[in-house]
Design a protein around this ligand. Structure first.
Ligand code: ZN
Length: 213
């Protein structure tokens, strides 16, 4: 995977480095993969109560002002990022753009093997040693897997992956622990394909983000 990574991004920096965290995350991904419908996220548990009552853990940001960097995104991923950021902005987290990787890097991925089944994923790349919260988060958009998808489906993915950066886990069928969502109107559904690609955070999501800040 890392070799392929370097091939795609010869200008890549530390993100191409194989870390123990990455290795663990990939193993986790392999275990949870159940087929093409899976939208995978690396669920890194950063605190015992992170994302309680919200279908497992998202990634706990280390502050409520999050700076997002776009990193080699194609046009579709670019627009999806704008949408996802705007959705997170509906919570108490304030969001900003930057050209540096200070908090969240939103990056492209052309995964035709390895993580090819995943539309996208998010993971903590660097935790604070003093509180276990996440300093640097990586969000991947699989432009290979999403190739040809509609703008609405891209918005759903943007909302979903950036929702994870606000410490949101999954909702609905497939969420672990199970978190019911009878409306299936949250973009945090485990399976976007079978839930109609919801494009927004719902009120439950927003409350969950705010409760954890
Ligand atoms: Zn997810």
């Amino acid at each position: 995977m890392s070799e392929e990574h370097r091939t795609v991004h010869p200008e890549g920096n530390g993100t191409t480095r194989e870390s123990p965290m990455r290795t663990r995350a990939r193993r986790t991904a392999a275990r949870t993969s159940t087929g093409l419908a899976v939208v995978a996220l690396m669920h890194i548990i950063l605190a015992p109560n992170a994302a309680a009552k919200h279908g497992g853990s998202g990634i706990e940001p280390d502050n409520s002002g999050q700076y997002f960097q776009k990193y080699h995104l194609n046009s579709a991923a670019n627009k999806a990022s704008n949408h996802g950021k705007a959705q997170l902005e509906r919570t108490k987290i304030s969001t900003h753009w930057t050209d540096k990787w200070t908090d969240v890097r939103l990056r492209d991925w052309w995964g035709n093997k390895g993580n090819a089944d995943y539309f996208g994923w998010a993971r903590c790349e660097k935790k604070n040693w003093w509180n276990g919260k996440c300093d640097k988060i990586l969000v991947f958009f699989n432009e290979y897997r999403m190739n040809g998808r509609t703008a609405a489906q891209w918005r759903s993915l943007g909302c979903h992956e950036i929702g994870h950066t606000g410490n949101l886990g999954h909702r609905g069928p497939g969420s672990k622990p199970f978190c019911p969502d009878s409306n299936t109107n949250s973009c945090m559904q485990t399976y976007l394909t079978t839930s109609g690609w919801p494009q927004k955070l719902d009120n439950h999501d927003i409350k969950a983000v705010n409760a954890k800040l």
